[in-house]
Design a protein around this ligand. Structure first.
Ligand SMILES: [Zn+2]
Length: 145
């Protein structure tokens, strides 16, 4: 009788361990995990990944993933390059719908900062999401068209 219980308990344990998340395919649950990929945040040149269909849960605006929310980053005391601490675009940090080269250079630093990404900044799990390399190239050459 007790052995049956053990089997049941064992099965439960096994189930729990196999359902542990595979980090790389999961959408991030918040900021400080993935490289920003929304066009409204990183510009139209690098922002080729599809935006979410729902409004941002933090600021209620459309067009960016919660992980990219300029307001959320600002509230955390880590304003995104090209944005104010309140999540507004800094106009002189942008030109023609893209961050300037100078702003991209700030992104390169921002993305590699362990204070911003304690476990490293991983590429957002959507097709077309930019990598650190893309930001480095944009800092040298400007945004791709
Ligand atoms: Zn937002």
């Amino acid at each position: 009788m007790s052995s049956e219980e053990d089997v049941a308990r064992g099965a439960k344990r096994a189930k729990k361990s196999t359902s542990s998340p595979t980090q790389h395919s999961l959408l991030p649950s918040g900021i400080q995990d993935t490289i920003c990929c929304s066009a409204s945040v990183v510009g139209k040149g690098l922002g080729k990944a599809k935006p979410p269909r729902t409004n941002c849960a933090v600021c209620d605006r459309a067009g960016h993933w919660r992980a990219d929310c300029p307001e959320a980053w600002g509230k955390a005391g880590k304003p995104l390059p090209g944005f104010s601490a309140r999540g507004k675009r800094l106009t002189n940090a942008w030109e023609d719908g893209n961050p300037t080269k100078e702003t991209f250079a700030k992104w390169v630093t921002f993305l590699q900062d362990k204070d911003n990404f304690p476990h490293g900044a991983r590429v957002f799990p959507k097709d077309g999401a930019p990598s650190l390399k893309d930001f480095k190239r944009a800092a040298r050459q400007g945004a791709p068209s």
